[in-house]
Write a protein of this length. Structure first.
Length: 200
């Protein structure tokens, strides 16, 4: 009982103060219309600012995550170009990048660039998992650097952004000319670029 009485005592002066201010503004400022003319834009501005900040705070983590994922995918594709084809002509580097992205879109491969690059398969002859791109299992490969690394990044960016004409649009496989993998005879050759043969 004393608490409710105390809360009424606290609330009432605040309510009366608001009423007094309202009546003063109504008389001094030319009536209710002046109060409305002042209050409505202020309320609208406050609502707009609150809405803008609430949307930004909700979307910001998603946007940051998307930027981070894209940077990671670009890194994986550039590394694959660098380690698989840095000594190849530019068209050969584009073709290697295309095969990587073609696999992402194909039903029987992983759905991200990094997963495709680091994918493995069971090799019954060696009785172990073997990488599709052998460089991913080499411990002594070193870090990518120099002009060839910059070129690999440029090629990866162009392929991800789809700003070049495809050279091997349906190709999912390739191998070096000096190698004859067991699967090559069951695939259709689509191009020979540099030291690689590409297959669909």
């Amino acid at each position: 009982m004393p608490k409710s009485l105390l809360s009424r005592v606290r609330i009432r002066p605040a309510a009366w103060r608001r009423k007094i201010v309202f009546y003063w503004l109504a008389r001094q400022g030319g009536g209710i219309s002046s109060v409305a003319a002042f209050a409505v834009p202020l309320l609208a501005l406050t609502s707009i600012v609150a809405f803008a900040y609430s949307g930004r705070s909700r979307d910001e983590p998603r946007r940051r995550e998307a930027v981070h994922e894209r940077a990671l995918e670009l890194q994986c594709l550039a590394e694959n170009i660098y380690f698989e084809a840095r000594g190849e002509p530019l068209d050969g580097q584009y073709a290697v990048a295309e095969v990587t992205l073609n696999r992402v879109r194909a039903p029987h491969f992983p759905k991200t660039i990094c997963a495709v690059v680091h994918d493995t398969r069971w090799d019954p002859q060696r009785r172990r998992f073997v990488a599709h791109f052998s460089w991913t299992q080499m411990d002594d490969r070193g870090e990518p650097w120099g002009p060839r690394w910059q070129q690999a990044i440029a090629v990866a960016t162009a392929v991800i952004n789809d700003t070049h004409m495809p050279l091997v649009p349906d190709a999912l496989y390739y191998h070096a000319i000096g190698v004859e993998p067991y699967w090559a005879s069951s695939k259709s050759s689509v191009a020979r670029i540099g030291n690689h043969i590409f297959y669909r």
